[in-house]
Design a protein around this ligand. Structure first.
Ligand code: GLC
Length: 628
Protein backbone atom coordinates (compact mmCIF):
# COMPACT_ATOMS: atom_id res chain seq x y z
CA UNK A 1 0.00 0.00 0.00
CA UNK A 2 2.85 2.33 1.03
CA UNK A 3 4.58 1.71 -2.30
CA UNK A 4 1.39 2.51 -4.17
CA UNK A 5 1.05 5.80 -2.27
CA UNK A 6 4.71 6.57 -3.13
CA UNK A 7 4.26 5.89 -6.88
CA UNK A 8 1.11 7.98 -7.32
CA UNK A 9 2.93 11.38 -7.18
CA UNK A 10 5.59 10.05 -9.63
CA UNK A 11 2.90 8.89 -12.04
CA UNK A 12 1.15 12.23 -11.68
CA UNK A 13 4.49 13.96 -12.42
CA UNK A 14 5.04 11.99 -15.59
CA UNK A 15 1.42 12.53 -16.66
CA UNK A 16 1.85 16.25 -16.00
CA UNK A 17 5.07 16.40 -18.09
CA UNK A 18 3.41 14.49 -20.92
CA UNK A 19 0.38 16.80 -20.84
CA UNK A 20 2.69 19.81 -20.66
CA UNK A 21 4.73 18.62 -23.60
CA UNK A 22 1.74 17.68 -25.75
CA UNK A 23 1.36 21.13 -27.42
CA UNK A 24 5.12 21.24 -28.01
CA UNK A 25 5.25 17.66 -29.25
CA UNK A 26 2.26 18.31 -31.44
CA UNK A 27 3.91 21.48 -32.68
CA UNK A 28 7.19 19.72 -33.20
CA UNK A 29 5.57 17.04 -35.30
CA UNK A 30 3.11 19.02 -37.34
CA UNK A 31 3.71 20.91 -40.56
CA UNK A 32 4.14 24.60 -39.66
CA UNK A 33 1.59 27.06 -41.03
CA UNK A 34 2.47 28.97 -44.21
CA UNK A 35 2.65 32.16 -42.18
CA UNK A 36 5.01 30.76 -39.56
CA UNK A 37 7.35 33.66 -38.60
CA UNK A 38 10.51 31.83 -39.67
CA UNK A 39 9.17 31.75 -43.22
CA UNK A 40 8.68 35.50 -43.29
CA UNK A 41 11.73 37.12 -44.93
CA UNK A 42 10.61 40.57 -43.79
CA UNK A 43 11.08 39.68 -40.13
CA UNK A 44 14.44 40.16 -38.32
CA UNK A 45 16.71 37.13 -38.63
CA UNK A 46 16.91 36.55 -34.89
CA UNK A 47 13.10 36.47 -34.66
CA UNK A 48 12.97 33.90 -37.43
CA UNK A 49 15.68 31.83 -35.70
CA UNK A 50 13.78 31.87 -32.39
CA UNK A 51 10.57 30.76 -34.09
CA UNK A 52 12.23 27.98 -36.08
CA UNK A 53 14.40 26.68 -33.24
CA UNK A 54 11.48 26.14 -30.89
CA UNK A 55 9.67 24.11 -33.54
CA UNK A 56 12.58 21.70 -33.99
CA UNK A 57 12.90 18.19 -32.60
CA UNK A 58 16.27 16.99 -31.32
CA UNK A 59 16.68 14.92 -34.48
CA UNK A 60 16.06 17.96 -36.66
CA UNK A 61 18.58 19.98 -34.63
CA UNK A 62 21.26 17.32 -34.85
CA UNK A 63 20.67 16.97 -38.57
CA UNK A 64 21.59 20.63 -39.00
CA UNK A 65 24.90 19.95 -37.24
CA UNK A 66 25.80 17.14 -39.63
CA UNK A 67 27.80 17.64 -42.84
CA UNK A 68 28.18 14.67 -45.17
CA UNK A 69 30.43 14.08 -48.17
CA UNK A 70 28.22 13.88 -51.26
CA UNK A 71 29.26 10.36 -52.33
CA UNK A 72 28.49 9.00 -48.85
CA UNK A 73 24.90 10.18 -48.48
CA UNK A 74 21.82 8.06 -49.20
CA UNK A 75 19.45 10.48 -50.93
CA UNK A 76 16.46 9.66 -48.72
CA UNK A 77 18.58 10.17 -45.59
CA UNK A 78 18.83 13.85 -46.47
CA UNK A 79 15.20 14.38 -45.50
CA UNK A 80 14.93 11.25 -43.33
CA UNK A 81 17.71 12.47 -41.04
CA UNK A 82 17.24 16.23 -41.64
CA UNK A 83 20.82 16.63 -42.94
CA UNK A 84 21.82 20.31 -42.94
CA UNK A 85 24.91 20.29 -45.15
CA UNK A 86 26.69 18.33 -47.85
CA UNK A 87 30.13 18.89 -49.33
CA UNK A 88 32.42 18.05 -52.17
CA UNK A 89 35.89 17.26 -50.94
CA UNK A 90 38.83 17.92 -53.26
CA UNK A 91 37.92 16.32 -56.59
CA UNK A 92 34.29 15.85 -55.53
CA UNK A 93 32.80 16.64 -58.92
CA UNK A 94 29.72 14.92 -60.44
CA UNK A 95 30.35 12.15 -62.97
CA UNK A 96 30.02 14.71 -65.78
CA UNK A 97 32.27 17.51 -64.56
CA UNK A 98 30.60 20.58 -66.03
CA UNK A 99 28.69 23.51 -64.57
CA UNK A 100 25.27 22.24 -65.59
CA UNK A 101 25.91 18.85 -63.98
CA UNK A 102 27.09 20.52 -60.77
CA UNK A 103 23.91 22.62 -60.64
CA UNK A 104 21.77 19.54 -61.24
CA UNK A 105 23.62 17.66 -58.50
CA UNK A 106 23.26 20.35 -55.84
CA UNK A 107 19.63 21.08 -56.78
CA UNK A 108 18.75 17.38 -56.50
CA UNK A 109 20.16 17.30 -52.97
CA UNK A 110 18.41 20.56 -52.09
CA UNK A 111 15.02 19.42 -53.36
CA UNK A 112 15.35 16.37 -51.11
CA UNK A 113 16.11 18.57 -48.10
CA UNK A 114 13.11 20.78 -48.81
CA UNK A 115 10.82 17.77 -48.45
CA UNK A 116 11.27 17.91 -44.67
CA UNK A 117 8.51 19.16 -42.38
CA UNK A 118 10.26 22.45 -41.69
CA UNK A 119 11.81 22.69 -45.18
CA UNK A 120 15.15 23.96 -43.87
CA UNK A 121 17.45 24.25 -46.92
CA UNK A 122 20.80 22.47 -46.79
CA UNK A 123 24.01 24.35 -47.53
CA UNK A 124 26.45 22.80 -49.99
CA UNK A 125 30.16 23.47 -49.50
CA UNK A 126 33.36 23.01 -51.48
CA UNK A 127 36.93 24.30 -51.54
CA UNK A 128 37.09 27.26 -53.89
CA UNK A 129 40.63 28.21 -52.90
CA UNK A 130 41.67 29.57 -56.31
CA UNK A 131 38.42 29.64 -58.27
CA UNK A 132 35.70 27.01 -58.36
CA UNK A 133 38.64 24.70 -58.70
CA UNK A 134 36.94 21.29 -58.66
CA UNK A 135 34.93 22.27 -61.73
CA UNK A 136 36.45 21.67 -65.15
CA UNK A 137 36.15 24.87 -67.22
CA UNK A 138 36.04 27.21 -64.23
CA UNK A 139 38.59 30.00 -64.14
CA UNK A 140 41.56 28.94 -62.03
CA UNK A 141 43.21 31.91 -60.31
CA UNK A 142 46.74 32.07 -58.99
CA UNK A 143 46.91 30.30 -55.64
CA UNK A 144 46.92 32.60 -52.59
CA UNK A 145 50.73 32.77 -52.54
CA UNK A 146 50.56 34.58 -55.90
CA UNK A 147 47.71 36.78 -54.73
CA UNK A 148 49.89 37.66 -51.75
CA UNK A 149 52.60 38.83 -54.15
CA UNK A 150 50.14 41.27 -55.79
CA UNK A 151 49.71 43.20 -52.50
CA UNK A 152 46.38 44.21 -54.09
CA UNK A 153 43.34 43.73 -51.79
CA UNK A 154 40.95 45.11 -54.41
CA UNK A 155 42.13 42.48 -56.90
CA UNK A 156 41.89 39.75 -54.26
CA UNK A 157 38.33 40.84 -53.50
CA UNK A 158 37.47 40.81 -57.21
CA UNK A 159 38.98 37.35 -57.68
CA UNK A 160 36.97 36.00 -54.76
CA UNK A 161 33.82 37.67 -56.09
CA UNK A 162 34.33 35.92 -59.45
CA UNK A 163 34.90 32.66 -57.59
CA UNK A 164 31.68 33.17 -55.64
CA UNK A 165 29.69 33.88 -58.78
CA UNK A 166 30.94 30.68 -60.45
CA UNK A 167 30.28 28.61 -57.32
CA UNK A 168 26.79 30.06 -56.72
CA UNK A 169 25.86 29.41 -60.35
CA UNK A 170 26.31 25.72 -59.58
CA UNK A 171 24.50 25.80 -56.22
CA UNK A 172 27.67 25.71 -54.11
CA UNK A 173 26.84 28.51 -51.65
CA UNK A 174 29.65 27.77 -49.19
CA UNK A 175 33.33 28.22 -49.96
CA UNK A 176 35.80 26.62 -47.53
CA UNK A 177 38.05 29.62 -47.89
CA UNK A 178 40.00 31.83 -47.55
CA UNK A 179 42.88 30.10 -45.83
CA UNK A 180 44.15 32.74 -43.37
CA UNK A 181 47.09 30.69 -42.15
CA UNK A 182 50.41 32.51 -41.63
CA UNK A 183 52.96 29.84 -42.70
CA UNK A 184 56.25 30.10 -40.84
CA UNK A 185 58.02 27.18 -42.52
CA UNK A 186 57.78 26.99 -46.33
CA UNK A 187 58.49 23.26 -46.20
CA UNK A 188 54.76 22.98 -45.35
CA UNK A 189 52.65 21.58 -48.19
CA UNK A 190 49.97 24.23 -47.61
CA UNK A 191 52.28 27.26 -47.94
CA UNK A 192 50.77 28.14 -51.33
CA UNK A 193 47.23 28.09 -49.95
CA UNK A 194 48.14 31.04 -47.71
CA UNK A 195 48.89 34.63 -48.69
CA UNK A 196 52.09 35.16 -46.76
CA UNK A 197 54.40 34.61 -43.78
CA UNK A 198 53.38 38.11 -42.69
CA UNK A 199 50.43 38.42 -40.32
CA UNK A 200 49.35 41.90 -41.44
CA UNK A 201 49.35 40.97 -45.12
CA UNK A 202 47.31 37.83 -44.43
CA UNK A 203 44.83 39.86 -42.37
CA UNK A 204 44.39 42.44 -45.12
CA UNK A 205 44.00 39.99 -48.00
CA UNK A 206 41.96 37.44 -46.04
CA UNK A 207 39.44 40.14 -45.17
CA UNK A 208 39.35 41.24 -48.81
CA UNK A 209 38.54 37.72 -49.94
CA UNK A 210 35.78 37.37 -47.34
CA UNK A 211 34.19 40.56 -48.69
CA UNK A 212 34.55 39.26 -52.25
CA UNK A 213 32.98 35.89 -51.49
CA UNK A 214 30.13 37.11 -49.31
CA UNK A 215 29.36 40.36 -51.11
CA UNK A 216 26.77 42.63 -49.51
CA UNK A 217 24.14 39.95 -49.15
CA UNK A 218 26.19 36.95 -47.98
CA UNK A 219 25.76 35.34 -51.44
CA UNK A 220 28.40 32.71 -50.76
CA UNK A 221 29.47 31.84 -47.22
CA UNK A 222 33.18 32.37 -46.56
CA UNK A 223 35.17 30.23 -44.12
CA UNK A 224 38.23 31.56 -42.35
CA UNK A 225 40.50 28.53 -41.91
CA UNK A 226 42.12 26.65 -40.25
CA UNK A 227 41.63 27.90 -36.72
CA UNK A 228 44.21 28.37 -35.24
CA UNK A 229 47.96 28.10 -35.79
CA UNK A 230 47.96 25.64 -38.69
CA UNK A 231 50.91 27.49 -40.26
CA UNK A 232 53.02 27.46 -37.13
CA UNK A 233 53.64 23.75 -36.57
CA UNK A 234 57.05 22.27 -35.90
CA UNK A 235 58.86 19.92 -38.29
CA UNK A 236 58.25 16.29 -37.35
CA UNK A 237 55.33 17.04 -35.01
CA UNK A 238 52.56 15.87 -37.34
CA UNK A 239 50.16 13.50 -35.60
CA UNK A 240 49.65 11.63 -38.87
CA UNK A 241 52.05 8.83 -39.80
CA UNK A 242 53.12 10.31 -43.14
CA UNK A 243 53.16 14.10 -42.90
CA UNK A 244 55.92 16.16 -41.23
CA UNK A 245 54.42 19.61 -40.65
CA UNK A 246 50.79 19.39 -41.69
CA UNK A 247 48.44 18.54 -38.82
CA UNK A 248 51.34 19.06 -36.42
CA UNK A 249 51.81 20.90 -33.15
CA UNK A 250 51.85 24.69 -33.24
CA UNK A 251 55.03 26.01 -31.63
CA UNK A 252 55.36 28.89 -29.17
CA UNK A 253 53.20 30.13 -26.31
CA UNK A 254 49.75 31.71 -26.25
CA UNK A 255 51.23 35.21 -26.63
CA UNK A 256 52.88 34.10 -29.87
CA UNK A 257 49.68 32.41 -31.03
CA UNK A 258 47.70 35.58 -30.39
CA UNK A 259 50.24 37.88 -32.01
CA UNK A 260 50.98 35.88 -35.12
CA UNK A 261 47.90 33.78 -35.91
CA UNK A 262 44.84 35.45 -34.34
CA UNK A 263 44.74 38.83 -36.16
CA UNK A 264 43.67 37.31 -39.51
CA UNK A 265 40.61 35.79 -37.78
CA UNK A 266 39.72 39.12 -36.20
CA UNK A 267 40.08 40.77 -39.61
CA UNK A 268 37.97 38.08 -41.29
CA UNK A 269 35.25 38.32 -38.64
CA UNK A 270 35.28 42.14 -38.84
CA UNK A 271 34.86 41.68 -42.61
CA UNK A 272 31.77 39.58 -41.91
CA UNK A 273 33.01 35.99 -42.13
CA UNK A 274 30.22 33.77 -40.84
CA UNK A 275 31.98 30.43 -40.65
CA UNK A 276 35.32 29.28 -39.27
CA UNK A 277 36.92 25.88 -39.84
CA UNK A 278 38.94 24.36 -37.04
CA UNK A 279 42.43 23.11 -37.79
CA UNK A 280 43.69 19.53 -37.66
CA UNK A 281 46.72 20.87 -35.78
CA UNK A 282 47.27 20.95 -32.03
CA UNK A 283 48.26 23.60 -29.53
CA UNK A 284 49.37 23.20 -25.94
CA UNK A 285 49.14 19.45 -26.12
CA UNK A 286 45.55 19.40 -27.34
CA UNK A 287 43.92 19.01 -30.74
CA UNK A 288 42.33 22.25 -31.91
CA UNK A 289 39.04 20.33 -32.32
CA UNK A 290 38.96 19.95 -28.53
CA UNK A 291 39.97 23.48 -27.50
CA UNK A 292 37.11 25.10 -25.53
CA UNK A 293 39.18 28.10 -24.42
CA UNK A 294 40.30 29.04 -27.94
CA UNK A 295 37.02 28.21 -29.69
CA UNK A 296 34.37 29.36 -27.22
CA UNK A 297 36.14 31.87 -24.97
CA UNK A 298 38.44 33.50 -27.54
CA UNK A 299 36.78 33.07 -30.96
CA UNK A 300 33.13 33.33 -29.91
CA UNK A 301 33.70 35.36 -26.75
CA UNK A 302 36.57 37.80 -27.22
CA UNK A 303 36.26 38.14 -31.00
CA UNK A 304 32.46 38.08 -30.85
CA UNK A 305 32.13 35.51 -33.65
CA UNK A 306 28.39 35.04 -34.35
CA UNK A 307 28.64 32.53 -37.19
CA UNK A 308 29.22 28.81 -36.85
CA UNK A 309 32.31 26.67 -36.37
CA UNK A 310 32.80 23.61 -38.56
CA UNK A 311 35.31 20.81 -38.06
CA UNK A 312 37.80 19.78 -40.67
CA UNK A 313 37.48 16.47 -42.51
CA UNK A 314 36.91 13.72 -39.88
CA UNK A 315 39.07 15.82 -37.55
CA UNK A 316 36.94 15.22 -34.44
CA UNK A 317 37.85 11.54 -34.63
CA UNK A 318 41.54 12.44 -34.07
CA UNK A 319 41.01 13.88 -30.56
CA UNK A 320 41.39 10.70 -28.55
CA UNK A 321 40.10 7.87 -30.67
CA UNK A 322 37.16 7.18 -28.32
CA UNK A 323 34.45 8.48 -30.63
CA UNK A 324 31.79 9.12 -27.98
CA UNK A 325 34.24 11.12 -25.88
CA UNK A 326 35.55 12.95 -28.96
CA UNK A 327 32.07 14.07 -29.99
CA UNK A 328 31.27 15.18 -26.44
CA UNK A 329 34.59 17.01 -26.04
CA UNK A 330 34.44 18.73 -29.39
CA UNK A 331 30.86 19.98 -29.24
CA UNK A 332 31.20 21.07 -25.62
CA UNK A 333 34.33 22.94 -26.73
CA UNK A 334 32.24 24.96 -29.18
CA UNK A 335 32.13 22.97 -32.41
CA UNK A 336 28.82 23.63 -34.16
CA UNK A 337 28.94 21.36 -37.23
CA UNK A 338 30.78 18.12 -37.88
CA UNK A 339 32.35 17.55 -41.30
CA UNK A 340 31.76 13.88 -40.58
CA UNK A 341 32.12 13.23 -43.63
CA UNK A 342 31.36 9.52 -44.15
CA UNK A 343 29.60 7.64 -41.33
CA UNK A 344 26.86 10.14 -40.52
CA UNK A 345 24.61 7.49 -38.97
CA UNK A 346 27.26 6.79 -36.34
CA UNK A 347 27.71 10.49 -35.66
CA UNK A 348 23.99 11.17 -35.33
CA UNK A 349 23.51 8.15 -33.10
CA UNK A 350 26.48 9.12 -30.94
CA UNK A 351 25.62 12.78 -30.42
CA UNK A 352 21.96 11.89 -29.76
CA UNK A 353 23.06 9.50 -27.03
CA UNK A 354 25.36 12.18 -25.59
CA UNK A 355 22.52 14.71 -25.42
CA UNK A 356 20.08 12.22 -23.93
CA UNK A 357 22.70 11.26 -21.34
CA UNK A 358 23.23 14.94 -20.49
CA UNK A 359 26.88 14.82 -21.53
CA UNK A 360 26.17 17.55 -24.07
CA UNK A 361 23.68 20.08 -22.66
CA UNK A 362 20.69 20.98 -24.83
CA UNK A 363 21.76 24.64 -24.47
CA UNK A 364 24.94 23.80 -26.38
CA UNK A 365 22.94 22.07 -29.12
CA UNK A 366 20.56 25.01 -29.33
CA UNK A 367 23.49 27.46 -29.53
CA UNK A 368 25.06 25.47 -32.39
CA UNK A 369 21.78 25.20 -34.32
CA UNK A 370 20.98 28.86 -33.69
CA UNK A 371 24.28 29.81 -35.29
CA UNK A 372 23.73 27.57 -38.31
CA UNK A 373 20.14 28.78 -38.84
CA UNK A 374 21.27 32.39 -38.43
CA UNK A 375 23.74 31.97 -41.29
CA UNK A 376 21.27 30.17 -43.56
CA UNK A 377 18.65 32.85 -42.96
CA UNK A 378 21.14 35.70 -43.45
CA UNK A 379 22.17 34.13 -46.76
CA UNK A 380 18.61 34.07 -48.01
CA UNK A 381 18.87 30.32 -48.52
CA UNK A 382 15.26 29.86 -47.45
CA UNK A 383 14.18 32.21 -50.23
CA UNK A 384 16.76 31.12 -52.86
CA UNK A 385 17.78 27.53 -52.10
CA UNK A 386 18.58 26.44 -55.65
CA UNK A 387 21.55 27.11 -57.97
CA UNK A 388 21.79 30.50 -59.70
CA UNK A 389 21.52 28.96 -63.14
CA UNK A 390 21.21 32.36 -64.79
CA UNK A 391 24.91 32.73 -63.99
CA UNK A 392 26.03 29.45 -65.54
CA UNK A 393 27.25 31.32 -68.63
CA UNK A 394 29.64 33.28 -66.41
CA UNK A 395 31.59 30.13 -65.55
CA UNK A 396 34.93 30.33 -67.36
CA UNK A 397 33.79 33.45 -69.24
CA UNK A 398 36.25 35.77 -71.00
CA UNK A 399 35.35 38.46 -68.48
CA UNK A 400 36.28 36.20 -65.58
CA UNK A 401 39.45 35.02 -67.33
CA UNK A 402 40.52 38.63 -67.79
CA UNK A 403 40.42 39.13 -64.02
CA UNK A 404 42.57 36.05 -63.53
CA UNK A 405 44.99 37.19 -66.25
CA UNK A 406 45.45 40.51 -64.44
CA UNK A 407 46.00 38.61 -61.19
CA UNK A 408 48.69 36.46 -62.83
CA UNK A 409 50.46 39.53 -64.17
CA UNK A 410 50.46 41.28 -60.78
CA UNK A 411 51.53 38.11 -58.97
CA UNK A 412 54.85 37.70 -60.81
CA UNK A 413 57.98 38.62 -58.85
CA UNK A 414 61.08 39.59 -60.85
CA UNK A 415 64.06 38.32 -58.86
CA UNK A 416 66.84 39.01 -61.38
CA UNK A 417 67.02 41.04 -64.60
CA UNK A 418 70.63 41.50 -65.73
CA UNK A 419 71.07 44.19 -68.36
CA UNK A 420 67.32 44.65 -68.43
CA UNK A 421 66.89 41.57 -70.56
CA UNK A 422 63.19 41.83 -69.69
CA UNK A 423 60.90 42.89 -71.22
CA UNK A 424 61.57 41.01 -74.46
CA UNK A 425 60.82 42.29 -77.95
CA UNK A 426 57.96 40.56 -79.81
CA UNK A 427 59.94 40.11 -83.03
CA UNK A 428 62.80 37.99 -81.70
CA UNK A 429 63.88 35.64 -84.54
CA UNK A 430 64.05 32.43 -82.44
CA UNK A 431 62.90 31.44 -78.96
CA UNK A 432 63.39 28.13 -77.19
CA UNK A 433 60.95 27.20 -74.39
CA UNK A 434 61.81 24.30 -72.07
CA UNK A 435 61.30 22.86 -68.60
CA UNK A 436 58.85 20.58 -66.80
CA UNK A 437 56.30 23.37 -66.24
CA UNK A 438 56.60 25.11 -69.62
CA UNK A 439 53.63 23.57 -71.35
CA UNK A 440 51.29 22.05 -68.76
CA UNK A 441 48.04 23.49 -67.39
CA UNK A 442 47.94 21.01 -64.53
CA UNK A 443 51.41 21.86 -63.28
CA UNK A 444 50.89 25.62 -63.56
CA UNK A 445 47.64 25.27 -61.56
CA UNK A 446 49.01 23.13 -58.75
CA UNK A 447 47.06 21.23 -56.10
CA UNK A 448 43.34 21.70 -55.44
CA UNK A 449 42.66 21.74 -59.17
CA UNK A 450 39.99 19.36 -60.48
CA UNK A 451 41.48 16.70 -58.21
CA UNK A 452 42.41 17.16 -54.56
CA UNK A 453 46.11 16.75 -55.28
CA UNK A 454 45.88 18.34 -58.72
CA UNK A 455 47.74 16.61 -61.55
CA UNK A 456 49.95 17.29 -64.54
CA UNK A 457 48.39 17.38 -68.01
CA UNK A 458 45.60 19.11 -69.89
CA UNK A 459 43.24 18.80 -66.93
CA UNK A 460 41.06 21.80 -67.77
CA UNK A 461 40.67 24.64 -70.24
CA UNK A 462 43.35 27.29 -70.10
CA UNK A 463 46.55 28.62 -71.69
CA UNK A 464 49.94 27.11 -70.95
CA UNK A 465 52.97 29.36 -70.68
CA UNK A 466 54.29 28.02 -74.00
CA UNK A 467 51.00 28.76 -75.78
CA UNK A 468 50.86 32.21 -74.18
CA UNK A 469 54.39 33.04 -75.38
CA UNK A 470 53.59 31.67 -78.84
CA UNK A 471 50.44 33.83 -79.02
CA UNK A 472 52.43 36.89 -78.01
CA UNK A 473 55.25 36.85 -80.61
CA UNK A 474 55.11 37.82 -84.29
CA UNK A 475 54.72 35.34 -87.13
CA UNK A 476 58.36 35.82 -88.04
CA UNK A 477 59.49 34.33 -84.74
CA UNK A 478 60.53 30.67 -84.71
CA UNK A 479 59.39 29.26 -81.34
CA UNK A 480 59.90 25.69 -80.17
CA UNK A 481 59.20 23.68 -77.00
CA UNK A 482 61.37 20.84 -75.69
CA UNK A 483 60.73 19.89 -72.05
CA UNK A 484 64.36 18.75 -71.63
CA UNK A 485 65.86 21.69 -73.49
CA UNK A 486 67.79 19.59 -76.02
CA UNK A 487 66.26 20.84 -79.34
CA UNK A 488 68.25 18.10 -81.04
CA UNK A 489 66.52 18.48 -84.40
CA UNK A 490 66.97 22.23 -84.62
CA UNK A 491 69.85 22.28 -87.11
CA UNK A 492 70.98 24.33 -90.09
CA UNK A 493 71.37 22.94 -93.63
CA UNK A 494 74.81 21.62 -92.76
CA UNK A 495 73.43 19.76 -89.77
CA UNK A 496 74.90 22.10 -87.18
CA UNK A 497 72.81 22.74 -84.10
CA UNK A 498 71.09 26.11 -84.32
CA UNK A 499 71.04 28.68 -81.55
CA UNK A 500 68.25 30.98 -80.35
CA UNK A 501 68.41 34.59 -79.23
CA UNK A 502 66.28 33.80 -76.15
CA UNK A 503 65.67 30.71 -74.07
CA UNK A 504 62.87 30.50 -71.49
CA UNK A 505 63.09 27.55 -69.08
CA UNK A 506 60.04 27.03 -66.89
CA UNK A 507 60.98 24.92 -63.88
CA UNK A 508 59.11 23.96 -60.74
CA UNK A 509 57.11 21.61 -58.58
CA UNK A 510 54.70 18.86 -59.52
CA UNK A 511 51.20 19.42 -58.00
CA UNK A 512 50.48 18.44 -54.40
CA UNK A 513 48.09 19.36 -51.59
CA UNK A 514 48.19 19.41 -47.79
CA UNK A 515 50.73 17.25 -46.02
CA UNK A 516 51.62 15.36 -49.19
CA UNK A 517 53.53 18.50 -50.06
CA UNK A 518 55.55 18.63 -46.85
CA UNK A 519 59.07 18.73 -48.30
CA UNK A 520 62.50 17.96 -46.91
CA UNK A 521 64.19 19.42 -50.01
CA UNK A 522 63.06 22.36 -52.15
CA UNK A 523 65.84 22.18 -54.75
CA UNK A 524 65.02 22.29 -58.46
CA UNK A 525 64.64 18.80 -59.89
CA UNK A 526 67.59 17.30 -61.74
CA UNK A 527 65.58 17.28 -64.98
CA UNK A 528 64.93 21.00 -64.62
CA UNK A 529 68.54 21.73 -63.75
CA UNK A 530 69.60 19.81 -66.87
CA UNK A 531 67.09 21.67 -69.02
CA UNK A 532 68.61 24.94 -67.82
CA UNK A 533 72.13 23.72 -68.63
CA UNK A 534 71.07 22.46 -72.09
CA UNK A 535 69.36 25.70 -73.04
CA UNK A 536 72.12 27.87 -71.55
CA UNK A 537 74.51 26.45 -74.15
CA UNK A 538 72.21 27.28 -77.08
CA UNK A 539 70.93 30.80 -76.38
CA UNK A 540 72.18 34.34 -75.98
CA UNK A 541 69.80 35.29 -73.16
CA UNK A 542 68.33 32.84 -70.65
CA UNK A 543 65.20 33.46 -68.57
CA UNK A 544 64.22 31.04 -65.80
CA UNK A 545 60.61 31.03 -64.60
CA UNK A 546 59.79 29.18 -61.35
CA UNK A 547 56.34 27.58 -61.11
CA UNK A 548 56.01 26.53 -57.48
CA UNK A 549 53.89 26.63 -54.35
CA UNK A 550 56.71 28.27 -52.38
CA UNK A 551 60.25 29.64 -52.79
CA UNK A 552 62.65 26.99 -54.15
CA UNK A 553 66.39 26.55 -53.77
CA UNK A 554 67.73 28.00 -57.05
CA UNK A 555 71.33 26.89 -56.65
CA UNK A 556 73.47 27.59 -59.73
CA UNK A 557 70.39 28.40 -61.82
CA UNK A 558 70.55 31.92 -60.37
CA UNK A 559 73.98 32.53 -61.93
CA UNK A 560 73.18 30.73 -65.17
CA UNK A 561 70.10 32.86 -65.84
CA UNK A 562 70.06 36.44 -67.05
CA UNK A 563 66.60 36.85 -65.54
CA UNK A 564 64.60 34.91 -62.95
CA UNK A 565 60.83 35.21 -62.40
CA UNK A 566 58.84 33.68 -59.52
CA UNK A 567 55.46 32.85 -61.06
CA UNK A 568 54.06 30.71 -58.19
CA UNK A 569 51.02 28.65 -59.32
CA UNK A 570 49.37 30.99 -61.86
CA UNK A 571 46.42 28.80 -62.82
CA UNK A 572 44.73 28.71 -66.23
CA UNK A 573 45.58 32.19 -67.53
CA UNK A 574 49.17 31.75 -68.73
CA UNK A 575 48.87 34.89 -70.85
CA UNK A 576 49.39 36.87 -67.68
CA UNK A 577 53.01 35.67 -67.69
CA UNK A 578 53.53 36.55 -71.36
CA UNK A 579 52.04 40.01 -70.71
CA UNK A 580 54.96 40.79 -68.40
CA UNK A 581 57.68 38.95 -70.34
CA UNK A 582 56.95 41.06 -73.44
CA UNK A 583 56.25 44.35 -71.69
CA UNK A 584 52.48 44.65 -72.05
CA UNK A 585 52.39 44.79 -68.26
CA UNK A 586 55.16 45.78 -65.84
CA UNK A 587 56.59 43.54 -63.15
CA UNK A 588 55.25 44.84 -59.82
CA UNK A 589 54.99 41.77 -57.58
CA UNK A 590 56.71 41.54 -54.20
CA UNK A 591 57.78 38.41 -52.32
CA UNK A 592 55.10 37.27 -49.84
CA UNK A 593 57.61 34.84 -48.32
CA UNK A 594 61.30 35.15 -47.50
CA UNK A 595 63.34 33.26 -50.12
CA UNK A 596 66.03 30.91 -48.71
CA UNK A 597 69.52 30.47 -50.12
CA UNK A 598 69.67 26.85 -48.97
CA UNK A 599 67.63 24.30 -47.04
CA UNK A 600 69.78 24.65 -43.93
CA UNK A 601 68.36 28.13 -43.45
CA UNK A 602 64.89 26.65 -42.78
CA UNK A 603 62.89 27.18 -40.73
CA UNK A 604 63.73 30.90 -40.57
CA UNK A 605 63.88 32.51 -37.16
CA UNK A 606 62.14 35.74 -38.10
CA UNK A 607 63.02 37.30 -34.77
CA UNK A 608 66.68 37.41 -35.75
CA UNK A 609 67.01 37.07 -39.52
CA UNK A 610 70.54 37.98 -40.76
CA UNK A 611 70.50 40.69 -43.43
CA UNK A 612 74.09 40.42 -44.70
CA UNK A 613 76.32 37.71 -46.19
CA UNK A 614 75.66 34.04 -46.86
CA UNK A 615 73.71 33.65 -43.60
CA UNK A 616 71.09 36.02 -44.97
CA UNK A 617 68.18 34.72 -47.08
CA UNK A 618 68.68 34.90 -50.85
CA UNK A 619 65.84 37.44 -51.17
CA UNK A 620 64.00 39.14 -48.28
CA UNK A 621 60.25 39.36 -47.77
CA UNK A 622 58.94 42.18 -49.98
CA UNK A 623 61.74 41.92 -52.58
CA UNK A 624 60.84 42.36 -56.24
CA UNK A 625 62.39 44.25 -59.18
CA UNK A 626 60.04 46.68 -60.88
CA UNK A 627 60.03 47.26 -64.64
CA UNK A 628 58.65 50.36 -66.37
C1 GLC B 1 40.65 19.08 -46.10
C2 GLC B 1 41.29 20.39 -45.73
C3 GLC B 1 40.33 21.54 -45.65
C4 GLC B 1 39.18 21.33 -46.62
C5 GLC B 1 38.42 20.09 -46.22
C6 GLC B 1 37.30 19.76 -47.21
O1 GLC B 1 41.23 18.03 -45.38
O2 GLC B 1 42.10 20.41 -44.56
O3 GLC B 1 41.07 22.73 -45.93
O4 GLC B 1 38.33 22.46 -46.59
O5 GLC B 1 39.26 18.95 -46.08
O6 GLC B 1 37.84 19.47 -48.48
Amino acid sequence: MKDLLRTIPRLLCIAFLVLLSLPVMAQQNDVPPADAPYKNASLPVEERVDDLLQRMTLAEKIGQMTQVEKNSIKLTDIDGLFIGSLLSGGGGYPSKNNAEAWAKMTDTFQEQALKTRLAIPLIYGADGVHGHNNLRGAVIFPHHIGMGATRNPELVQKACAVTAQEMAATGVFWDFGPVVAVPQDIRWGRTYEAYSENTDLVSELGAACVKGLQGDKLEVLATAKHYIGDGGTGWGTSTTDTYMLDQGVTQGDEANLRAKFLPPYKAAIDAGAMSVMVSFSSFGGMKMSAQKYLTTDVLKGELGFKGFVVSDWKAIDQISGDYYKDVVTSFNAGMDMNMVPYDYINFITTITKAVEAGDIPMERIDDAVRRILRVKLMMGLFEHPLSNQADLASVGSDEHRAVARQAVSESLVLLKNDNDVLPLKKDIPRIYVAGSAGNDIGIQSGGWTIEWQGSAGAITQGTTLFDAIKNMVGSSTEIKFDRFGRFRNDKDASGNLLRAEVGIVVVGEQPYAEGKGDAVDLSLTEADQNAIKNVRERVDKLIVIVISGRPMILGEALDQADAVVAAWLPGTEGEGVADNLFGDHPFTGKLPYTWPRSMDQLPFDFSKLPTEGDAAPLFPFGYGLITG
